[in-house]
Design a binder for this molecule. Structure first.
Ligand code: IYR
Length: 232
């Protein structure tokens, strides 16, 4: 049987299951891997101050490929990842984001929201959009749009794309790079700057790079497992 390498929509195809028999991992190895992963993931920090040093492009592409392995509603994979390397495009994105954020921080967010953000130290300045050498701009495909203009519903789009964003965050961290999930609001300008089609809506911008030499992060405390987990 030939293995198809290009995805095409499977809408209405019959159910054709194939065997899935991954080798079972010995418990000892499972425990060791889980503990190591927990420890390494615990060291991830969101970075807002990036070094302009270039990053190995393949690491970023591999992380995007990891994102594209995410499960999705009806396996519709309702995402597009735009990798922005061009400095001029990053500059335009930063200018448009800062224009919106100025309005947000000047009052649009409201006092309660601003108070919630205070410990993070964020403001309308978004230097990470031009300092980081690469941006992954994540778009959700609100619906499928065929060549001839026909449309088809997509299901659980927010959930699917939300899961897909988590995967490169882990992949990048474990590959030695830092990232940030930035959600300029509103972010319609991203569709315009990047020329995306009408069925796509910007979901997040993920600057990727190495932390700046003088990078600082807020002194945050994570919930302990006790606080995050309820066992029944
Ligand atoms: N989008 C704004 C505000 C902001 C909102 C949340 I919720 C954050 O966790 C961080 C920032 C900004 O990017 O500054």
């Amino acid at each position: 049987m030939s293995i198809p390498t290009q995805w095409t929509p499977t809408h209405g195809d019959p159910y054709r299951p194939v065997p899935y028999r991954p080798e079972r991992m010995p418990t000892e190895e499972s425990l060791a891997r889980a503990a190591e992963l927990r420890e390494r993931m615990g060291r991830r920090r969101t970075v807002r101050q990036f070094s302009p040093d270039p990053v190995p492009e393949q690491v970023v592409k591999d992380a995007i490929a990891c994102a594209a392995t995410a499960p999705s509603g009806a396996h519709q994979q309702p995402w597009t990842f735009v990798l922005v390397k061009d400095a001029e495009v990053r500059r335009r994105i930063r200018a448009a984001a800062e224009e919106e954020e100025r309005v947000s921080y000047d009052g649009r967010l409201g006092e309660e929201w601003l108070a919630a953000l205070r410990p993070l130290g964020t403001d309308e300045g978004k230097p990470h959009l031009t300092d980081a050498p690469a941006l992954i701009v994540v778009f959700q495909q609100r619906y499928w749009l065929g060549e001839g203009g026909d449309k088809r519903k997509h299901y659980y789009v927010d959930e699917s794309v939300g899961i897909a964003v988590g995967m490169p965050l882990s992949a990048l961290h474990l590959s030695g790079l830092a990232a940030l999930v930035h959600t300029p609001s509103p972010m319609r300008f991203l569709s315009e700057v990047l020329g995306r089609p009408v069925n796509e809506k910007a979901f997040a911008v993920i600057p990727v790079g190495y932390p700046a030499a003088d990078c600082r992060v807020p002194d945050l405390v994570r919930k302990s497992l006790d606080q995050a987990l309820v066992e029944v």
